[in-house]
Design a protein around this ligand. Structure first.
Ligand code: B12
Ligand code: SF4
Length: 453
């Protein structure tokens, strides 16, 4: 338990508990809002969800700071601070936590990184929340006001996503995000890709009751939605039920799904009919060997060209994500992949450098093989090379990734892709111009000179 007496001395008695929830910035946001003046971001749900979970029997004033859009005040005035850490933001999270604790403010750490490496995070926190916090965060707060906060709270085996309050989206300024109507219907994933944190941190899929998802959309009065689900079609029957329920709402939406979306005609038809206008698909690689190596061999069963053709035929724009640096990748992979993105008219291609997030099978493998170049987590952001690739130098991997970005986002590349796809043209053009700027400023904004290479 922390040494500080809470301002709210018992349930409902005394001043409300002042809770500050922070999502620290990562390397991408070293430069305030990143590379764009106004943040080209959707509103994350982490802090707004945690705010909604503060139980009514713990009177509290909750303040949210998303460092992607806000500055954290130099002087923090709070009774309890909760910090959410992903791997890339872990060093900043620990630095903040250590500073606040030195000032006598108790700190709770949670999120995917503390869930993956709890022993590391524990030393920076008065309390650690491991896993999803729907049950544990309210319990922690009740313990805190009684002066009985424990050092660690773990997600229980029977966590349900039913009957939860809607996220407190009102606590973040909608105008600073390009999409403020974000939501989740599901969590987790059925697959076990070797580089992905989802199987290690959260495992099996679970769903919110469809009626509750619909109720959230109705109360938001939203027309344009973004689902932040890790894989919205992880449970196909649930996805079909959800898409059917969205049809009468006449919304448009985007989300994340595997390429399996285009392999089930009924599912794809329902997605399109329910208003799906854009989908992020992790294609990862065009090379079968790389897909197999990363336990995603199922990804290309029917060929990515056909998958892209079907998605486009249903008027669904595709944000196609590729990863470079697998053991089967040689230096030809960059040109080959960028050319594929142009030929197949991927609306918004993205290229990341393979990142062995701690807690994943990929991390264990590379560590065992002595191939990790650093365990400074601030470089674990998908754009820095943090391991020794099998078939090229680290510098070749960094430079090749940058070349792929530049090829896909050259003016002729943008024109070639968009003229062939012609989907969501105004939005797609704006996003492409944003990414074009990003592609041509990668080294500047990622501070590559102070990086590893
Ligand atoms: C919004 C988002 C972002 C935002 C904000 C990130 C941030 N700082 O949180 C932006 C766009 C900046 C971003 C960037 C990136 N992201 Co991102 N992002 C997401 C996304 C889609 C949604 C997060 C969300 O709102 N979830 C819903 C909430 C309710 O769930 P949650 O955050 O897990 O929170 C729950 C628990 O974890 C817990 N909890 C979380 N924090 C705390 C704190 C406290 C105090 C407590 C008590 C509990 C608690 O309680 C919540 C309720 O149960 C997730 C995927 C996902 N669906 O989670 C990926 C995800 C977090 N991102 C990921 C990745 C890989 C990236 C990038 C590297 C991608 C890239 N190549 O650009 C970059 C990294 C940037 C960096 N600085 O390093 C990975 C994380 C991997 C890791 N080990 O860090 C995820 C999990 C996606 C994935 N498929 O693997 N991302
Ligand atoms: S399909 Fe996507 S979310 Fe699921 S384990 Fe693989 S990379 Fe992770």
């Amino acid at each position: 338990m922390s040494g500080r007496t809470p301002a709210c001395d018992a349930f409902g008695v005394g001043a409300p508990l002042r809770i500050l929830l922070v999502s620290p910035r990562g390397p991408l946001y070293r430069h305030r809002t990143g590379i764009w003046k106004k943040s080209l971001r959707y509103q994350p749900l982490t802090l707004t969800t945690l705010a909604s979970l503060v139980p009514s029997d713990v009177p509290a004033e909750v303040t949210l700071v998303d460092e992607g859009i806000h500055e954290l005040p130099a002087h923090v005035d709070a009774d309890l601070v909760g910090i959410s850490a992903i791997t890339g933001t872990a060093p900043r999270s620990y630095e903040l936590a250590d500073r606040l604790r030195r000032d006598g403010i108790p700190v709770v750490l949670g999120g995917v990184h503390p869930t993956l490496v709890p022993e590391e995070a524990q030393v920076h926190a008065d309390a650690l929340v491991v896993g999803y916090a729907e049950e544990t965060w309210p319990r922690l707060l009740r313990d805190f006001v009684r002066g009985e906060m424990r050092p660690r709270y773990d997600e229980g085996p029977s966590l349900s996503l039913a009957n939860l309050p809607f996220p407190r989206r009102d606590l973040l300024p909608a105008s600073l995000y390009t999409v403020a109507h974000t939501l989740e219907a599901t969590r987790g994933c059925t697959h076990k890709c070797a580089f992905c944190v989802v199987p290690s941190a959260w495992g099996r899929p679970r769903q919110k009751p469809v009626a509750e998802v619909v109720a959230d959309i109705v109360q938001m009065n939203a027309r344009r939605l973004l689902f932040l689900d890790l894989n919205i079609i992880a449970d196909v029957d649930y996805a079909k039920e959800l898409f059917r329920a969205l049809i009468p709402l006449k919304v448009t939406w985007g989300g994340l799904a595997t390429s399996f979306l285009a392999e089930d005609d009924e599912l794809l038809g329902l997605a399109a009919k329910s208003g799906c206008r854009g989908i992020l698909v992790g294609f990862e690689s065009l090379r079968e060997g790389s897909l197999k190596e990363t336990r995603k061999g199922w990804g290309a069963r029917h060929g990515y060209r056909e998958i892209l053709r079907k998605l486009h035929a249903h008027r669904i724009a595709v944000q196609g994500c590729f990863v470079f640096g697998f053991d089967h990748d040689d230096e030809a992979v960059f040109e080959e992949t960028a050319e594929f993105a142009l030929e197949t008219a991927i609306d918004l291609p993205r290229f990341a450098i393979l990142t062995p997030f701690p807690g994943t099978p990929l991390f264990s493998k590379l560590k065992e093989e002595g191939r990790l170049l650093t365990e400074d987590w601030s470089y674990y952001d998908g754009q820095h090379v943090v391991f020794r690739p099998a078939q090229m130098t680290p510098e070749a991997l960094r430079a090749g990734t940058e070349r792929a970005w530049k090829k896909a986002y050259s003016y002729s590349g943008v024109a070639r892709r968009l003229l062939a796809s012609r989907l969501q043209l105004p939005v797609s053009l704006a996003a492409n111009l944003g990414y074009r700027f990003y592609a041509h400023n990668l080294s500047r904004f990622y501070n590559c000179r102070e990086a590893l290479l």
